[in-house]
Structure formats: structure tokens, C-alpha cells
Design a protein around this ligand. Sequence first.
Ligand SMILES: Cc1cc2nc3c(=O)[nH]c(=O)nc-3n(C[C@H](O)[C@H](O)[C@H](O)COP(=O)(O)OP(=O)(O)OC[C@H]3O[C@@H](n4cnc5c(N)ncnc54)[C@H](O)[C@@H]3O)c2cc1C
Length: 279
Amino acid sequence: MTMGFHRPTSLAHATELKASLGAGAFFLAGGTELNSRASRLDPLHLIDISALELDFLEKERGSLVIGATTTIQELIEAPPVPTPLRQAALNITNRNIRNQATLGGQVANNKNWGALLPALLVMGARIRGLDERGNHLEMELRDYLDEHPPALLVSIVVPLPSAGRATAVDQFTRSANDIPMVTVAASMGRRLERVHRPLLAVGGVADRVLRLEQPEALLDGGVLPEPAAIRRMIRSAISPVSDQKGGAHFKRHITCVLLTNAIYTAFSAAKDPGTEEMG
Ligand SMILES: Cc1cc2nc3c(=O)[nH]c(=O)nc-3n(C[C@H](O)[C@H](O)[C@H](O)COP(=O)(O)OP(=O)(O)OC[C@H]3O[C@@H](n4cnc5c(N)ncnc54)[C@H](O)[C@@H]3O)c2cc1C
């Protein structure tokens, strides 16, 4: 049962509150997780972060810095947001949820099925925040998801795609209004008709969203293999478990299909910068 509701107006006050109220205190953003009946979170204190002015988008040296309380719907509507991130945002159930749920909430929630997380991972996103002592924290999203340090997320830094690189995202849900069973993203460049520096990420097949380094290494620098060969690479890199969303066998199958399609889509859209210049 929630005992206290706090609405700080500065970042310093927000982190002080969190430090003094302890583990039972939660930052409240859109509340779609915290107020959900399915949530296992049981806050004693809510620290509403809506007055911290973290709803912004700014360009900074080749990156887009997106404030943590930017809503998922704003990601869809804001022109500078890179297409793959917008597409991943569009995959989130319905407009009512997207109007409320925030980017920071999605990242801090760190669910293995988070729709935006594979896209953010292959785009090389970083997080900026404040630790519990109020010190500035900046780290790769990948490390944040692995370590999940207690922090107030302030922004997510998304590098803008480099020339010729392409990213594709996809997901599978049991119904249009359900949370995803599997989410995938593939990003790569193209050099002399070969795959260049592929980055692959999947959600729903482990306890967190994963980068698939082994298939990445196998694909890098080579001619794009036949789909069946790519599916074999992916199959050997994942170990999904059965849960209420689906059986392990089906999850493995659908991950291989979706990610192989995403790899083909990204490779087709990628442009060789050398060829571009000659053209
Ligand atoms: C009906 C429904 C359908 C959904 N469908 C999808 C879907 O299709 N795909 C999908 O990916 N998700 C889905 N979700 C999940 C939801 O959209 C995400 O969890 C959402 O992004 C969370 O954002 P929020 O702002 O509502 O977070 P909140 O509920 O406010 O907070 C969630 C967690 O993050 C923490 N937190 C929030 N902001 C910060 C911050 N700035 N710094 C540190 N910690 C913070 C909170 O303390 C809490 O622990 C669905 C949820 C519901 C209820």
C-alpha cells in the first residue's frame, strides 16, 4: 500500500528523496507499470518525476538526446526520432498506453520483452542519469540493462544512424493488445556487397534483452548467407524457456524467423557508401 506521494521539482531533490525513503520508494513516470495490476512492484512511496522537465528532444554531436519522461507516442510524432525507434514505438499496444508510458520507464523497467530495447541496443544507445548520491552517471544501455544500477534516468542518448547503415525491427505478440512474446532488431552496413558490422538484439528469449554476438561475428564481413543458414546461427545462440506467453520451441522458431527477416530487410536497405559516391 502506498503511504507517501512526493513531487520534487529538482533532480537533486528527487534523488535525495529516493536515498532517504529507501527501497520502498519508486520513481513514478507514466505509471503504466507501477499502476498495473500485473506489476509485482509494491511501492511504499511514489516519487512523481513529472515536474522535473525531462520531456525533451535535443540534437547533440550526431546523437539525439531524449528526455526520460518523453512519452512513447511523442517518439512516434517527433520528426527527429530515427525511423527504427519510431517503428518499435508504434509496436507498443495502443495509443492510450503510448500516451502515458515513457521512454525512461521502458528502459528502467528493463523487461526482457521491452519493445524499444532491442532497437535501442542495436542503435548503440547510452543512458544518462543520477546515481543514488546524485552523481552523474553515463553508460552504455547494454551495461545498464545488465547491471541495472539504481539511478534516476534523465535521458537516453541515441546516435543518429551513420550513412548507409540500416536497421530493421519486428516483434511477435499473441494479440494486438498484448505485450510482446519476442522482439528483434538488426542493424548493419554494407561494403562491397558484404555484411558490415552487424548488430543483432532479441527480447523474450532470456531474462533480459540480449545482443547476439556469436551470429554477429559469423555474419560480419561475409556475403549474406541463405536464410536457413542464418536461422541455424540464431537457433544455436538462444535458449528460450516456456512461460505463459509461449512454449520454448515456438519462441525459438519465431525468433529465428523474425530476426532472419530483419537481417534481410536491413541488408537490403543498407547502402555501400563507396558505391553511393561513385553513383
Ligand atoms: C496494458 C499495457 C500494455 C503494454 N504494452 C506494452 C507493449 O506492447 N510493449 C512494451 O514494451 N511495453 C508494454 N507495456 C509496458 C509499459 O508500456 C512500459 O513498461 C512503459 O514504458 C513503462 O513506462 P512508464 O512511464 O509507464 O513507467 P512507470 O510505470 O512509471 O515505471 C516503471 C518502472 O520504471 C521506473 N522508472 C520510471 N521512470 C524512471 C526514471 N526516469 N528513472 C528511473 N526509474 C524510472 C519506476 O520506478 C518503475 O520501477 C504495457 C503496459 C500496459 C499496462
